[in-house]
Design a binder for this molecule. Structure first.
Ligand SMILES: NC(=O)c1nn(CC2CCNCC2)c2c1CCc1cnc(N=C3C=CCC=C3)nc1-2
Length: 322
């Protein structure tokens, strides 16, 4: 398994001649003190950790090798590592600093998000007001734009996977079910790299394995098993709706009934749902992926009036949650 990153710890040792020498040793488990468990997956555990030397705090994702192999999840582990290696310079992505392993486990050293999950904050607030919804959905959209421009489809966007850092800014996580589109072609007319959207790609290049969480799965994943960039924008529409309504647009007694609602576009807006936000959600929750609003048009939608896209969006103070 190809490790990533060259974080090293420096140890002073005395050699055979009594000389003090510096030994550069790749960081390992002994370099950290571990604390609370932050989350458990089917083959991984995420734990709070502090680097004993630098005292920097991290979230370390610990993956059990035997379990990964037994559950045939090696592909997902490599997808997550390769995806995070491609998405290294955006404030909205949980950063992978480096990896290491021991006999039993693989270790991903990741950003710590002290603000927890967006879903947890939403549950405490019941609903967000328009200002908070605008701020958080703008940071999510800016991050989706960055992912898509680098040929990555998340495929499981939901409020549980939108974390918050100590400044209550967005950090998107859990790329184990992401899809990396084929190597993007260089396009002279754009800013260098312009990966083909899978809607333009030949059939074999569209993501074909079924993933996602029922309430946020797009209709195309349920009908022809193909995810594309627009699938993330369907989930984005569901998230905006949920922040303002306090519940996802499609939710039924069981997954099958939820799927039926999705493919029938069977959802309503609660009384009092803001009109401008409703217009945006209606242009995202469109059954035909090619007819769904694309990112540049979403950014120009009236709902995002007042948002300054780009680095400034991440420098401003998060609005007080009310
Ligand atoms: N699957 C992951 O990669 C992952 N899972 N978690 C914890 C999960 C808890 C359930 N909902 C989804 C996230 C994390 C990460 C990335 C790295 C990461 C960084 N910081 C936190 N912080 C948390 C703080 C309080 C509660 C939950 C998470 N969590 C994670």
């Amino acid at each position: 398994w190809q490790e990533r990153g060259a974080a090293v710890s420096v140890r002073q040792e005395v050699d055979a001649n009594g000389q003090t020498v510096s030994r550069y040793i790749k960081k390992g488990v002994r370099d950290f003190s571990f604390g609370n468990t932050l989350g458990e997956g089917s083959y991984s555990t995420v734990v709070f950790a502090t680097d004993r030397q630098t005292l920097k705090e991290y979230a370390i994702k610990i993956l059990d090798k035997r379990h990964i192999i037994k559950e045939r999840k090696v592909k997902y582990v490599n997808i997550e590592k390769d995806t995070l290696n491609r998405l290294t310079d955006h404030p909205g992505i949980v950063r992978l600093y480096y990896t290491f392993q021991d006999e039993q486990s693989l270790y991903f050293v990741l950003d710590l998000c002290k603000g927890g999950e967006l879903l947890g904050v939403l549950k405490r607030m019941t609903t967000f007001d328009e200002e908070c919804t605008r701020f958080y959905s703008a940071q999510i959209l800016d991050t989706i734009d960055y992912m898509h421009k680098r040929g990555v489809i998340h495929r499981d966007l939901k409020p549980e996977n939108v974390l918050l850092d100590s400044g209550m800014h967005v950090k998107i996580t859990d790329f184990g079910t992401a899809k990396m589109l084929k190597t993007p072609r260089v396009d002279s007319s754009s800013n260098g790299i312009l990966p083909l959207d899978s809607a333009e790609l030949p059939q074999e290049e569209r993501a074909s394995s079924f993933v996602g969480t029922a309430e946020y799965v797009s209709p195309e994943l349920l009908t022809d098993k193909n995810a594309c960039k627009a699938s993330d924008l369907w989930a984005f529409g569901c998230i905006i709706y949920q922040l303002l309504a306090g519940r996802p647009p499609f939710k039924a007694g069981n997954e099958y009934q939820t799927f039926q609602k999705i493919v029938a576009l069977d959802y309503e807006f609660p009384i009092g749902f803001p009109t401008v936000a409703r217009d945006l959600v209606e242009r995202l929750l469109v059954l035909e992926p090619a007819r769904r609003l694309q990112i540049e048009h979403i950014k120009n939608h009236e709902f995002f009036d007042g948002i300054t896209w780009g680095p400034d969006l991440w420098k401003q103070k998060a609005p007080r949650l009310k």
